[in-house]
Design a protein around this ligand. Structure first.
Ligand code: ZN
Length: 290
């Protein structure tokens, strides 16, 4: 028994040691997984990226775990969206927990979509936070992330500039393809449970119809209205984000004979997912034009 115990102690000692050398890589914490994509495209493996809202969780209402706060304490920087629900509850506490980390709020340089009915003082809090699902906004995100990385690791500026330019050309290429695709189709309205494609819609002149009503499940009267709208526009697809309940979307889809398509805008494979979303939208427009 004793021998086994000593062996265990030795194993733990060595594995801890190895762990220590691993932690030599600095940590950057990001609010949501898509931001990880930008850090890794530009900095490669120079930093470890800690994602605050894990896959499958809702960033509007997320509550972090204590272990995440520990990783936050070890972070050299925090990259926030600026307008997500969980950030409004937690960001100040995060910054108090670690006063030395650099702070980047990506929303600051974005031309935000703000609901028109809001009064002036309320505008900032109510801005649409989903700007990362937009190739145009992504070009700005990429530049902000590049600047932060250069500041954190000046020795690698040349590398980061090159990687940034490569990323930018990939995004531009995807944007040009999207423009060509959407120019071909006539019916450009689409229905989605949680309205997270507002910026993408703005980029290409599409019309987003939200099933969710003021962030909540639609009341029966609204559901009836949505079905009428879907019939009018001959919609054959209802989009739902992976994290959300499919009940309402399925109900509408059933009524009008449409399919439910799941999208994953919180994926860490940001470019791939955004290109997929664009292709699915295009498909839905083709179906509703027939
Ligand atoms: Zn959302």
């Amino acid at each position: 028994m004793r021998k086994i115990f000593s062996l265990l102690v030795i194993i733990i000692f060595f594995s801890c040691n190895r762990h220590n050398t691993d932690t030599g890589t600095k940590i950057i914490t990001v609010s949501i997984a898509p931001f990880k994509y930008f850090v890794e495209e530009i900095a490669g493996k120079d930093f470890r990226v800690n994602v605050m809202v894990p896959p499958g969780s809702d960033p509007h209402i997320y509550e972090p775990y204590p272990e995440q706060i520990i990783k936050l304490r070890q972070s050299v920087a925090y990259i926030s969206n600026g307008y997500l629900g969980f950030e409004q509850a937690w960001l100040d506490r995060f910054y108090q927990t670690n006063r030395t980390m650099k702070i980047l709020s990506l929303g600051e340089k974005i031309d935000l979509i703000v609901p028109k009915h809001k009064h002036e003082g309320e505008q900032i809090e109510s801005a649409d936070p989903h700007y990362w699902v937009s190739l145009i906004c992504a070009m700005i995100i990429a530049e902000s992330v590049k600047e932060l990385l250069c500041e954190l690791n000046p020795g690698k500026i040349q590398n980061y500039e090159t990687n940034f330019r490569n990323l930018l050309s990939k995004i531009r290429e995807a944007d040009e393809k999207a423009r060509t695709l959407f120019a071909e189709v006539k019916n450009k309205s689409f229905m989605i449970y949680h309205p997270n494609l507002g910026y993408l819609a703005r980029d290409y002149g599409l019309a987003e119809i939200s099933v969710e009503y003021e962030g909540k499940e639609p009341p029966p009267s609204r559901l009836k209205e949505l079905i009428d709208l879907a019939v009018k526009d001959n919609l054959k697809t209802i989009f739902v984000q992976r994290e959300y309940d499919k009940k309402n979307a399925t109900e509408i889809a059933h009524e009008i004979g449409a399919d439910v398509v799941i999208i994953d805008p919180l994926s860490e494979y940001w470019l791939e997912e955004t290109v997929d979303i664009i292709a699915s939208l295009h498909q839905s427009f083709i179906k509703s034009t027939k």
